[in-house]
Design a protein. Sequence first.
Length: 283
Amino acid sequence: MKREIAALGPYEIRPMSGAEFARIRQLAFDTCGMDFAESKKEMIASRLDRTLRKLGLSSFEDYYLHVRDDVSGSALREFIDALATNHTNFLREADHFAFLREKFARVSPLPGRPIRIWSAACSTGEEPYSIAMTMLDQRRGDLRPAFQILASDISTRALAAAQSGVYVNDRLRDLPPAWLNEFFESGSGRWAGWMKVRKAIRDTIRFERFNLLDNADGFGTFDVIFCRNVMLYFGRATQQGIVSRMTQRLNPGGYLLTGHTESLMGIDHNLVYVKPAAYQRRP
C-alpha cells in the first residue's frame, strides 16, 4: 500500500470508492449527525480533496485512517470544517428579523434580566450580527445591550471568521445604509473593499464551538433560539434529538426559529406553531 501511494505521488488522488464513501459518511454521522445521501459522494470527495493534497495522501481510505487515529482531535475538526456548509448572508430570511423586532427589540427589557438569544448554527457570523444589529437598531446611540447573544457552530474555521467580523463589501449589500455607517468600519489600504463589525457590536456576542448532538445544559435558557438551515442535513432521529434539546433550552413562552425549508412535521415536540418557521414553547 505504501509503495502504491508513493508511486502515485502527493497530487494524484484515487477516485473515492463506494466503501470509502461509506466509512467517511459513517464518521460524519457519528461525530456530528450529518447524514449524506449516496448521491453526495462526488460532493464529499470534492470537499475533502484539498485536505488530502495538503497531507500528501493519495486515497480516501488513508485519509479516513488518519482522522480516526489522530488522538489530538485536530484532524477530526479539520474533517468537519471541510464538510460543513457555511453558506449564509446578512438578514437571511428577513421575516425572522422582523419577528424579532416585533417581539423583543421594540419592547422594554424583560423584568430583572436581559433578553437571551442563541444563534445555534452561526456559521461565519452573519446571523448573530444581524440579530445584534436588529436589537440595537431600536436603541440608536445606546450600545449598552439589554440582551445577550450566544453564537455557536461546530466549524472552528467558520467561528474564526465570525469572531473576526470582517466581510467583503459585497456581502453587506442587503443591509440598510444606515447600519453600514453605524455598525461597521471601512477598511483601507490592503483592506480596501472590506468592512469590519465595530467592536461594540462584536462585544455583544459570545462565540462557542458546539456540536448540536451534545447536551447544551451549560448554556442556560433562552428567549429565542435561531436554529436555521442546519437540520436539513440530519436524519429524522437526529432532528428529533436536536428539537428536544432546543426545547429544553427555551424559557416558557420562548421561540424556536427554523429555516423556511425545514419542517417539524413528524417530530414530537412541545411547541406551538406561530407562523412559518416559528414555534413557541408553551407558557
